[in-house]
Design a protein around this ligand. Sequence first.
Ligand SMILES: [Cu+2]
Length: 70
Amino acid sequence: MTVSIKIEGMHCGGCANSVGKAAKAIDGVSNVHVSIETNELIADLAKPELVDALKGAIEDIGFDVVGICN
Ligand SMILES: [Cu+2]
């Protein structure tokens, strides 16, 4: 399944990289794309439960998840 996660607090490519790295570190998360234009992360999840892990990983490094669309 593909999810799109709306994120607040990303200001530059470095932020986007950090978010992308955190997402890719999770087992079962693939095809990660982060855009600072739309403040969005799009990724494929091996199972729906990974949404929580993904949200947690993004928040752990200091960004706010403001919406999840799947
Ligand atoms: Cu930044």
